[in-house]
Design a protein around this ligand. Structure first.
Ligand code: OMP
Length: 275
């Protein structure tokens, strides 16, 4: 099964466009996990178990692991996901971009070492820097297009041949790079107008849409701008708002239960605008 087929099946099976981001920041962990040698694995496992029924994808952010020499725990989390939730795609958020020979190694890292279904990549170095990921025909390459941060405008909004650069990226990926139907694009929920522009350029290609939750993107505007004709087409990511949801003490919640509650609320808020 290819990445896109797996994603489509997860959209239907879980009736969800929510991508749960795994950005484990040990400083924000519950006290009982702090200082434990496998704290990251335990934290992520409990979040995964609590939210898997609400998710169409999980997106580990590699820097949160590599910064503290915890790649072994990322491997263990990816193994756990593949064994226990094989129907939910793993999107490795690494935002890679380098010459072809180096990209081949980054592709092996994402797809072989971690067994990810897709990886985020930068288009900045051009087609030969993305081609090595596309050699993995059953995996996905998710190309940065219009990122959610304010500084994304510094380059992505520059006018080139009368058109903003991010629209060139959308057209290039849709028309030239996506020969095997394995590409997707990143467009931030913080820019719904640009999201609608990108959707009009790329047809049904999936979008990874970060920026709801902690970054304040509007869910209604996001879904209206980015959905496809059948009410799918997006992995709408939320990380911190789910991972560090405040437990409702009165209801006796722990952090994983709070994460489940917020994930369910977010999935439902998205679903309200899909039809
Ligand atoms: O590629 C990404 O995932 C990404 C692209 C982008 O434009 N903006 C963005 O926030 N992200 C990632 O999406 C996640 C957003 O996290 P929250 O703001 O906590 O929901 C982080 O892991 C970011 O690295």
């Amino acid at each position: 099964m290819t990445f896109i087929e797996k994603l489509s099946a997860a959209w239907s099976a879980n009736n969800s466009l929510l991508c749960v981001g795994l950005d484990p920041d040990v400083a924000r962990f519950p006290l009982h996990l702090q200082g434990q040698p496998d704290a990251i694995f335990t934290f992520c496992k409990e979040i995964i178990d609590a939210t898997a029924a609400t998710a169409c994808a999980f997106k580990p952010q590699i820097a949160y692991f590599s910064a503290i020499r915890a790649e072994d725990q990322l491997e263990a989390i990816c193994d756990y996901l593949r064994k226990n939730y094989p129907q939910i795609p793993i999107v490795m958020d690494a935002k890679r971009g380098d010459i072809g020979a180096t990209a081949e190694q980054y592709a092996r890292e994402a797809f072989e070492r971690y067994g990810a279904d897709a990886v985020t990549v930068s288009p900045y170095m051009g087609f030969d820097s993305v081609a090595p990921y596309l050699e993995w025909k059953d995996r996905g390459a998710i190309v940065l297009c219009r990122t959610s941060n304010a500084g994304g405008s510094d380059l992505q909004f520059l006018t080139v041949d009368g058109v903003p650069l991010y629209q060139h990226v959308a057209r290039l990926v849709a028309d030239k790079w996506n020969t095997n139907g394995q590409c997707a694009l990143v467009v931030g929920a913080t820019f719904p107008q640009e999201l609608a522009q990108v959707r009009s350029i790329i047809g049904e290609m999936p979008l990874l849409v970060p920026g709801i939750g902690a970054q304040g993107g509007d869910i209604q505007a996001t879904v209206n701008a980015g959905k496809t004709a059948n009410g799918t087409g997006m992995m709408i990511n939320s990380s911190r708002a789910i991972l560090y949801a405040k437990p409702d003490q009165a209801a006796g919640e722990d952090y994983a239960q709070a994460a489940r509650r917020v994930a369910e609320e977010t999935r439902d808020a998205i679903n309200r605008f899909r039809i």
